[in-house]
Design a protein around this ligand. Structure first.
Ligand code: AMP
Length: 422
């Protein structure tokens, strides 16, 4: 029997983790600068949080949740995204009483039962930012700036931010009616999914990538022409902020994003202005979500970046793999007694913060010295049976091949001296 990871799941090996850490560090740096506080929420939440928050008629809730019922009968779901969890935590932990806005950021795995393909996994990793308690459009632009800044600091070129406004509870219901009556004229030509969407979530038709639906939607009225004054002014101000921040953006009147909770601003960031490869990240404003999940009415805005996709892009663009491993010191051990005595010695080196490599399972000295050369060690310590008996060790300077003997209790100090460590 040969076991494999479950479909859409993968192991992250050293090369992946190097990139993942690099991406998360880039985010942390920017989060610190803009004073976002880190938050960790549980992987499992009560299913209702996503059903209510993300929305019953979204693809995520309809088709993609990994859910279970506990022995006690609780319905739980592995988070498919962070925002409803963060909002739940904001309410539950009394963060509504904190000075506003409250800025939070996170990073971790999410789970969606999607058809696995390039850049689309069932366990994937997101990092994201949420600002709760502020309604000004400058906040939306700051969230975009933070996401853009992270990708830019990682050296990703040709980024475009696609932006749209999907209105609010005042203007969207009216637009939905206008849209539905326009779409009904071409009902028979819509794809099967869009026929269903028309009833449950008509805005999602605008998002459809099927060619026949694309043609139909281009003939439809556009939401930007139907925004209420407040949404219109908010959107106009956002574009001005983006312009003055020097962020390359493009209006995309068909961008609605899959989630129910957005109000006003929605955006996605991708490379080369194309969303066909899937976006690197996206987000928007969600002024009604805190109230929907039981909190006081609180305007908010946030976004998430997909770590897996960014890592794939960095790998493709720069071939960024494991940096060549190096060591300052190599400990070569020959014989059982030397190996036995080495363990205590290794601990001394570890506590002295010396970058030392060794191999426990090779006996040939020449093989070990070859390895030391490969790791570009400055010093090799040679510890054989004779030396172990006398509690001594040979110190070999690799560049000159010069060797000297020192006692075991002085070797750490001697190595430090040669490496010119304080
Ligand atoms: P969303 O929460 O759907 O707005 O997704 C935000 C970002 O997460 C996307 O732009 C992707 O980069 C990433 N993402 C979403 N779903 C997946 C997935 N199944 N596999 C890999 N990355 C994903």
């Amino acid at each position: 029997m040969k076991y494999q990871t479950a479909s859409g799941m993968r192991d992250l090996l050293e090369n992946d983790l190097i990139l993942f850490n690099k991406i998360t560090k880039a985010a942390e740096k920017i989060a610190d600068f803009y004073r976002f506080k880190k938050i960790e929420t549980p992987l499992l939440e009560n299913s209702e949080i996503f059903e209510k928050g993300t929305g019953l008629f979204t693809d995520i809730v309809e088709k993609e949740m990994f859910s279970l019922v506990t022995k006690g009968g609780d319905r739980l779901t592995l988070r498919p995204e962070f925002t409803p969890s963060v909002v739940r935590s904001y309410i539950e932990n009394g963060m509504q009483a904190l000075p506003k806005p409250v800025n939070l950021w996170y990073a971790g795995p999410c789970f969606r039962y999607e058809r696995p393909q390039a850049g689309r996994f069932r366990q994937f990793y997101q990092l994201g930012f949420e600002t709760l308690g502020a309604e000004e459009p400058v906040i939306d632009s700051l969230i975009i700036l933070v996401c853009y800044g992270i990708l830019d600091s990682l050296g990703i070129k040709n980024l475009t931010v696609q932006v749209n406004s999907i209105g609010c509870s005042a203007c969207r219901p009216y637009f939905k009616k206008v849209l539905v009556s326009s779409l009904k004229k071409s009902f028979n030509s819509l794809c099967q999914d869009c026929k269903k969407r028309l009833k449950k979530n008509p805005l999602r038709v605008l998002d459809c990538k099927e060619e026949k639906c694309e043609r139909i939607k281009r003939a439809c009225p556009q939401i930007l022409d139907h925004l209420c004054r407040d949404c219109h002014n908010h959107f106009k101000a956002l574009l001005e902020f983006l312009e003055s921040a020097g962020i390359p953006f493009a209006l995309n009147p068909y961008l609605v994003r899959g989630l129910d909770y957005y109000t006003k601003t929605v955006f996605e960031i991708s490379q080369d202005a194309s969303l066909s490869q899937g976006s690197l990240g996206g987000g928007g404003r969600y002024d009604d979500l805190v109230k929907l999940l039981g909190g006081k009415p609180t305007p908010a805005c946030g976004a998430a970046l997909g770590i897996d996709r960014i890592a794939l892009l960095l790998k493709k663009e720069k071939n960024e793999l494991v940096p060549q491993e190096k060591a300052d010191v190599f400990l070569a051990q020959v014989g059982e007694l030397a190996k036995q005595k080495s363990l205590a010695l290794l601990e001394e080196f570890r506590k002295a913060n010396i970058n030392l490599a060794q191999t426990m399972n090779k006996d040939s000295l020449s093989g070990q010295l070859k390895m030391a050369a490969k790791l570009e060690a400055k010093i090799s310590l040679i510890f054989g049976h004779q030396e172990a008996l006398k509690s001594e060790i040979i110190l070999r300077e690799m560049s000159s091949g010069k060797q000297k003997i020192t006692t075991l209790n002085k070797v750490v100090a001697e190595v430090k001296k040669q490496l010119k460590m304080g």
